[in-house]
Design a binder for this molecule. Structure first.
Ligand code: ADP
Ligand code: MG
Length: 362
């Protein structure tokens, strides 16, 4: 049960390798914050600084208003759940979960009560006397989480806890973690993942890390609907948002952008008279494109399709873009390869960026 405050946090490894700068975050009690970002952007580093496993080069970390910079990991009230869940093979589930509490010389009644509580939350009640080898991978991961829960930490930190699991188990364990959070609404969790679906489904708020800092913080749908930059727009959502260059020709409550060759698109992003002539990138998500008989934002020939059953992905060669543009149509569409398509998006789904920044965030 805790809130965390990071102010101007910087990390430089060994005095020379600068990894993070100006990280400012306020995390409220009860939140499940997800860190996402490209590989090597500093997600684990930030988590380890919060845990106390890495020093904070400059800036401050407060938990519940107390400065933590110099506080050793064991005294921060934090539990870290790692990717690999090393359980003691010769100990039962109960013994595994009791281990840290026994070391801390807690009374037996207190240990038993903590284990019963954790086992209930994790639905491990029936497995307490089993050895790890008699458990499924998902159950073992739950025992590993159980070992943290019994210590009743203020903050749970997860660094890609599901990345070693196969696809089916990932989904099942993801749902377990969501339920775990529901069962402990007061606990604060920080969760690192590179998996879009995990981020979108688990997070109360997502922190996108990039370029050595925080690119954007928001609820999953805020980041999806109103990304503040081309980077976030293309990072959140899969396949990535299409970007097409154009020029603002009409301004006001709605903005009309000329895309060349007689093509235009209208965006619900407002602009002012001064924006007339502004060079922009128009952002349209593949799932927001639909076929049109009117003025198309995108035209081109379908050079490849992927029929996934629930959706069909069209890869479109267009004179407007060096890279293939993508459209995601619901349902099955056969025989579109080689055909010409004309697509557009409704104004509410058309994003505008200038110099990499969303016009909504100027
Ligand atoms: P992520 O978890 O987002 O993939 P990391 O936090 O592990 O990224 O790493 C961020 C950057 O810091 C990487 O460029 C990595 O090489 C570097 N780094 C991580 N640990 C160390 C270290 N102990 N010494 C020097 N550089 C490190
Ligand atoms: Mg990492």
């Amino acid at each position: 049960m805790a809130n965390l405050k990071l102010v101007d946090v910087e990390k430089t490894y060994g005095g020379t390798v600068n990894v993070l700068n100006n990280v400012n975050l306020d995390i409220e009690q009860g939140e499940l914050i997800v860190f996402v970002g490209p590989s090597g952007c500093g997600k684990s580093t930030l988590l380890r600084m919060i845990a106390g496993l890495e020093s904070i080069t400059s800036g401050t970390l407060d938990i519940d208003g107390q400065r933590m910079n110099q506080v050793p990991p064991s005294q921060r009230g934090i539990a870290m759940v790692f990717q690999s869940y090393a359980l003691y093979p010769h100990m039962t589930v109960r013994e595994n979960m009791a281990f840290a509490l026994k070391l801390a010389k807690k009374p037996k009644e207190e240990i038993d009560a903590a284990i019963d509580r954790a086992a209930k939350v994790l639905q491990l009640d029936q497995y307490l006397d089993r050895l790890p080898k008699a458990l499924s991978g998902g159950q073992r991961q739950r025992v590993a989480i159980g070992r943290s829960i019994v210590r009743d930490p203020k903050v749970y930190l997860f660094d890609e806890p599901l990345s070693n699991l196969d696809a089916a188990l990932r989904v099942a364990t993801r749902i377990e973690i969501a339920k775990l959070k529901e069962a402990m609404p007061q606990s604060t969790m920080i969760y690192v993942t590179h998996d879009q679906v995990e981020a979108m489904t688990l997070a109360t708020r997502i922190v996108v890390l990039a370029n050595k800092g925080v690119a954007q913080v928001g609820t999953p749908l805020e980041l999806y609907e109103t990304p503040n930059s081309e980077f976030v727009a293309q990072f959140i959502g899969s396949p990535a948002m299409n970007l097409v260059p154009g020029e603002v020709i009409e301004t006001g409550a709605q903005t009309v952008v000329d895309l060349g060759d007689g093509r235009q698109v209208t965006s619900a992003v407002p602009t002012t008279e001064a924006d007339k002539g502004l060079k922009v990138n128009v952002g349209m998500r593949p799932e927001d494109l639909t076929a049109t008989d009117g003025t198309a934002a995108i035209t081109g020939s379908v050079n490849y399709t992927e029929e996934l059953g629930e959706v069909t992905l069209l890869y479109i060669d267009s004179p407007q873009s060096d890279e293939a543009l993508l459209a995601k149509l619901p349902g099955i569409h056969k025989g579109l390869r080689g055909s010409t398509v004309a697509l557009t998006a409704v104004p509410e789904k058309v994003h505008l960026f200038a110099n990499g920044t969303s016009l909504l965030y100027r």
